[in-house]
Design a protein around this ligand. Structure first.
Ligand code: ZN
Length: 432
């Protein structure tokens, strides 16, 4: 999509304005010097820059109406918001745009007319905006969200290849090895470089991000930050393994919808998917690590069902555009999970749980199962790890401790490695 001149939205047309003036000219004039009578109060303005997309959120005490259009030469996104007056919070948006924002060069904010604020985003690239409102949820009030997606998104496979360290020549997979997938002989190859090589692609999924902090500890630490730190440590460990490449579903502080996490793993044809979280409960004494797989027929316990519901609510907090066509794709995808995928996931989960048991108390001694949306890639063994309870002050301290993050990353890496060694036939060879 190029930013051809888009028809002006109704509210900008002179006719629409004239109607307003006719019906309430006296009232409008009397209000001109003062604040717009029903102006919404801006509670907060947030910017979440990321390569995937940059999000701008306006949080207000009442629902905002907006219209927007794109302008080219140079690329700009013009937004008009009705029912607000320019205030210090809105003005703060200007300073909140970082110089390294991938999509926004700068933003200009001004009072266009009484009760209407105009924002002009000067863009660094051609974008496809998604503008939508979110009803109050959790601790959030009304939100007006601008998601600035690139018009030409980066191909995830090309990006992954670009970032993959080239393997030594002797280990470079050939067409031959791909035509003859490794046999059970690999069971005995242990930690040695694999005799028959193929790339293993691992998708790591740090939960939450951006608007969705995940669980919050009593000490004020966010789940989204500790799980990203653990995922990054795990990534660097796994990449030390020959012929292994790792894709993070997010590598910064921004929200990734649950179905997009699944799509990302499938796009890079991941051999396995590990979603990393930190648990929370009302009672601060709840503690220990857990590992989950998908269930076909209901959750393995009430607690597991409760937790899956909580994690599945991430999209509500993080905020997704429900009118986006991706949603239909997502609902189709989510019904395709198979018994085979769940069986493979359970194997992976057992190896990982066993290793975590050597570094932290386990919340439950066995792998649990529930309907986590993020585990529903039909063709990728997928597990969700609750690394510890961030709601437990002692475990919150652990989760923010780099040594514990390292230990957790080590344990996860050992579990993943053992699974790959014990079940090589489950892993499909991949073209580099
Ligand atoms: Zn979580």
């Amino acid at each position: 999509m190029s930013g051809k001149s888009v028809p002006k939205p109704e509210s900008l047309k002179p006719t629409a304005r004239r109607v307003v003036l006719k019906s309430g000219a006296t009232l409008l004039l009397s209000l001109l010097p003062v604040r717009f009578a029903n102006a919404a109060q801006i509670a907060s303005v947030r910017v979440w820059p990321a390569n995937d997309y940059t999000r701008v959120t306006l949080e207000t005490d009442s629902k905002l109406k907006s219209s927007h259009f794109l302008v080219t030469d140079p690329n700009r996104l013009v937004v008009e918001i009705e029912g607000v007056d320019l205030d210090a919070k809105l003005k703060s948006l200007v300073a909140k745009v970082q110089p390294n924002d991938p999509y926004i060069a700068q933003v200009r904010v001004g009072q266009n007319r009484p009760g209407v604020v105009r924002m002009v985003f000067d863009l660094k690239a051609e974008i496809q905006p998604q503008v939508f409102t979110l009803a109050p949820v959790g601790s959030y009030r009304h939100r007006l969200v601008f998601d600035l997606y690139p018009a030409h998104p980066v191909d995830p496979i090309a990006e992954l290849l670009k970032r993959t360290r080239p393997a030594p020549l002797s280990e470079t997979p050939t067409t031959d090895t791909l035509a003859n997938p490794p046999t059970a002989k690999n069971d005995t190859t242990s930690e040695e470089p694999l005799a028959v090589t193929r790339m293993i692609t691992i998708a790591l999924d740090p939960g939450h991000g951006g608007e969705d902090p995940g669980a919050v500890g009593r000490g004020g630490n966010f789940e989204k930050n500790v799980v990203l730190a653990i995922a990054q440590r795990l990534k660097s460990r796994l990449e030390l393994q020959p012929n292994t490449r790792v894709m993070l579903t997010r590598d910064g502080d921004y929200f990734v919808p649950l179905h997009v996490r699944v799509q990302k793993a499938r796009k890079v044809q991941a051999d396995l998917f590990v979603s990393i979280h930190a648990d929370a409960f009302i009672e601060p004494t709840a503690r220990g690590s857990s590992v989950f797989a998908l269930s076909e027929k209901g959750a393995s316990s009430t607690a597991a069902r409760w937790l899956a519901n909580k994690e599945n609510a991430a999209d509500l907090i993080g905020g997704i555009n429900i009118s986006s066509k991706n949603q239909q794709l997502a609902s189709v995808l989510l019904d395709l999970s198979t018994t085979a995928q769940i069986n493979d996931s359970l194997k992976l989960a057992k190896h990982v749980l066993g290793e975590i048991g050597s570094i932290n108390r386990l919340h439950k001694p066995q792998v649990e199962q529930a309907g986590f949306a993020v585990l529903k890639a039909p063709d990728v063994p997928s597990i969700l790890v609750e690394t510890a309870f961030i709601s437990n002050p002692e475990e919150e301290a652990k989760l923010t401790d780099e040594r514990y993050q390292d230990q957790m990353a080590d344990a996860l890496a050992r579990g993943i490695r053992k699974y790959l060694q014990k079940h090589p036939s489950l892993n499909r060879g991949r073209m580099t």
